[in-house]
Structure formats: structure tokens, C-alpha cells
Ligand binder design. Structure first.
Ligand code: NAD
Ligand code: DAU
Length: 335
């Protein structure tokens, strides 16, 4: 099987490519990535020389580039490429619409014309909006995105649905909760707080710190996508979640404790506008229909993740000393 992975130089995409190469010796993978600030070929250093792996620097919104790759022969597309950070979408939504919406439409159209067999849209639980203290999102929950990022992902999901309904296009949508693990860009909560704590720098906690996220180790997410790619039903939506709900404050305390750092490093800062209070995913359909379950407990996942950032300073120190400094100042200087 020849699989086009988009955004494979990012956090989840790179973990997914490594997973596919390790678990499917007959698959060939083409990775198309624009290498934005979040794309990093260091994430794939260990697979660079693999004869079943090919990298193309390109934009999924560039129809000519995408069509050329797909016309060369691709069986399936797994679409990770996206602008993925909520705070950046609040600063400037334009690029989110271009990549997340138009980029997805370019992939759908090129895939439809060539008659590809499967298209996996890697979406997010943020399309469902925010929950109160009870209950969890099912695949039938209403779509109520609250940030420009979430709205752009929702629009892309609706395009995948429309292509399925109108053209019988073989699209499948996955909606996962918050991921953590190795190679996550240190603008996201867990890698930001681990690396700041390692460097004895303050941890900027938004609002009252009591917003809740439902965490999943990235390899459990990759295993679910792999299962859905090979056995999922066309036209369906599958929720994916790790079942590990934590308030941001609880999580911050866990990180500080495991790194033996004082709680005085916590800084309460101005809240994110439109900040979703709680996410919780019901992954029952995926469990029942495809037999998936997460293999990581949160305890094991977070411990291994903290160890990974501690042992791989070369990876994040390089990022944090580059243009990231300007971003950090802009984002947190005014809070
Ligand atoms: P990321 O920001 O780490 O990586 C995104 C990758 O996409 C980068 O390599 C970037 O260079 C690439 N990219 C961006 N624009 C592109 C374009 N126009 N053309 C080609 N490549 C482009 O993101 P991530 O956290 O790995 O998320 C991957 C996908 O999973 C996203 O679609 C996101 O919405 C979804 N998702 C993420 C999470 C999470 O917790 N991180 C949870 C659920 C779903
Ligand atoms: O739920 C899936 C989504 O999870 C994905 O679709 C997104 O791509 C991914 O970025 C993530 O979105 P969140 O906004 O939930 O993740 P983030 O790591 O930005 O924030 C997690 C929580 O931590 C959120 O409640 C905001 C809070 N936070 C975040 C940062 C960066 C802080 O308190 N301080 C911070 O500095």
C-alpha cells in the first residue's frame, strides 16, 4: 500500500510515520509537509534513510504539487497537515482557513479525480465545543466550535462529509482528544511546561487553571488511526480518547512533582479568550466496532514523556533558542 501522509514532519504525523514503518513492512510512505514553524525534519531523523519513506516539501493548498504526487499513484491519504495551535488562531485566523479548509479541499479533489481508496481526515474533539461538568462527546454531539482553529477543523470535516455524500468519496473522519508524547512542539501545554520546568522557568497557567482536558499518549492515537485506515468504515466518524481527564492545575502539579521543582514556578496569567472549559471523549464506538483501547495509563505516559524531554534537550533547546523566543515574548509578555 502506498500512503500519502500530510504534515508528517509535525508532532503526531511524525509519530504516525514511525508507527507505520515499524508495523507494516509492505507499506510505502510519502510525507508532504510545508515545514512551517511546527514542521521539523529532526522529528524523523531515525527514518530518513528508510527505503520505504519519501519526503516532499510542499503545501497541501498547492493544487499542482498535490495533484502531481497523487497522480503518480497513491492508495490512501492520511491528512494531518494543519495549523494546530488555538492561541495562534486567535492572533491570526487567515492561515488556518487556507491550510485547514482549502488545503483539505485540494486533497479531496485531487484524491477524488484519481479515485484513491481511502482518505482519513485527522480531526479533533474541539469541533464539539465545550462541555459542562458531566457527560462526554459522542460522534453525534452537535458541532459547536469556539476558536478559529476549531471552526476551521469543523469546516474541513464538513467538506469530507460532503465529498462522501455527493461523490461517494471514501472519506473517514477521526476526532481525538489532547495528545502528548515525544516531538510535540513546545507551545502546547505539556511540552511547554516540562521544558520550562527543566529550565527552572515559570509555567504560565491560563485563568484559574481548572479547565479540563482528556489526555491520550500519541502512540495510542497512532494505533487508532492505523486501525481505522485499514478497517474503518467509509463515511464514518470515530472518536478517539485516552480517558484521562485532568485539570490543567492537576497536570502542572504532576509535572512539577516528577521533576522535583517547586510550585512557586506556577504563574497565573490572563485567560485565553473563548477558552473551552472541558473536553471529554467517549471512544465507545471505536472500542466496540474495531476493538481499540488505549495501552498507556496516564501515569506511565507522562513519566516516559517527562523522561524523553529530559534526555532530548538537543531537540527542544534548538527550537526554543530560534524564532520561538519572539513568539513566546509576544504570547506571554502581555499576559
Ligand atoms: P503540528 O502543528 O505539530 O504539525 C502540523 C504539521 O503540518 C507541521 O509539520 C507543519 O509543517 C505541517 N503543515 C502545516 N501547514 C501545512 C501545509 N499547508 N501543507 C503541508 N504541511 C503543512 O500538529 P499536530 O499536533 O501534530 O496535529 C496534527 C493533526 O492532528 C492536526 O490536523 C490537528 O488538528 C490534529 N489533532 C491534534 C491533536 C493534538 O492534541 N495535538 C489532537 C487531535 C487532533
Ligand atoms: O483537544 C484536541 C486539541 O488539543 C487539538 O485539536 C489541538 O491541535 C491541540 O493544540 C490541543 O488544543 P488545546 O488548546 O486543548 O491545547 P493546549 O496545549 O494549547 O492547551 C491545553 C490546556 O492548557 C488549555 O486549557 C489551555 C491551557 N494552557 C495552555 C498553554 C499553552 C495554559 O494554561 N497555559 C499555556 O501556556
Amino acid at each position: 500500500m502506498k500512503i500519502l501522509v500530510t504534515g508528517g514532519a509535525g508532532f503526531i504525523g511524525s509519530n504516525f510515520i514511525r508507527y507505520l514503518l515499524n508495523h507494516h513492512p509492505a507499506h510505502t510512505i510519502i510525507n508532504i509537509d510545508k515545514l512551517t514553524y511546527a514542521g521539523n525534519l529532526d522529528n524523523l531523523k531515525d527514518v530518513e534513510g528508510n527505503h520505504r519513506y519519501f519526503f516532499v516539501r510542499g503545501d497541501i493548498a498547492d493544487s499542482e504539487c498535490v495533484t502531481k504526487i497523487i497522480d503518480d499513484g497513491v492508495d490512501a491519504i492520511v491528512n494531518f497537515a494543519a495549523e494546530s495551535h488555538v492561541d495562534r488562531s486567535i492572533e491570526d485566523a487567515g492561515i488556518f482557513l487556507k491550510t485547514n479548509v482549502l488545503g483539505t479541499q485540494v486533497l479531496l479533489e485531487a484524491g477524488r479525480r484519481k479515485g484513491i481508496k481511502r482518505f482519513i481526515q485527522v480531526s479533533t474533539d474541539e469541533v464539539y465545543g465545550s462541555l459542562g461538568p458531566e457527560g462526554s462527546f459522542t460522534e453525534d454531539s452537535p458541532l459547536k466550535p469556539n476558536s478559529p482553529y476549531a471552526a476551521s477543523k469543523t469546516a474541513a470535516d464538513l467538506l469530507v462529509r460532503a465529498y462522501y455524500k455527493t461523490f461517494g468519496f471514501p472519506g473517514i473522519i477521526t476526532r481525538c482528544s489532547n495528545n502528548y508524547g515525544p516531538y510535540q512542539f513546545p507551545e502546547k501545554l505539556i511540552p511547554l511546561f516540562i521544558t520550562n520546568a527543566l529550565a527552572q522557568e515559570p509555567l504560565p497557567l491560563y485563568g484559574d487553571g481548572l479547565n479540563i482536558r482528556d489526555w491520550i499518549q500519541v502512540e495510542d492515537h497512532c494505533r487508532a488511526i492505523d486501525l481505522i485506515l485499514h478497517q474503518g468504515a467509509i463515511g464514518e466518524i470515530y472518536n478517539i480518547g485516552g480517558g484521562a481527564e485532568k485539570t490543567n492545575l492537576e497536570l502542572t502539579r504532576i509535572i512539577l512533582k516528577k521533576l522535583n521543582r517547586p510550585e512557586t514556578l506556577i504563574r497565573y496569567v490572563k485567560d485565553r479568550p473563548g477558552h473551552d472549559r472541558r473536553y471529554a471523549i467517549d471512544p465507545g464506538k471505536l472500542k466496540r466496532e474495531l476493538g481499540w483501547k488505549p495501552l498507556y495509563t496516564f501515569e506511565r505516559g507522562i513519566e516516559e514523556t517527562i523522561r524523553w524531554y529530559g534526555e532530548n534537550r538537543w531537540w527542544w533547546e534548538k527550537i526554543k533558542s530560534g524564532e520561538y523566543r519572539e513568539y513566546y515574548q509576544r504570547m506571554y509578555g502581555k499576559r
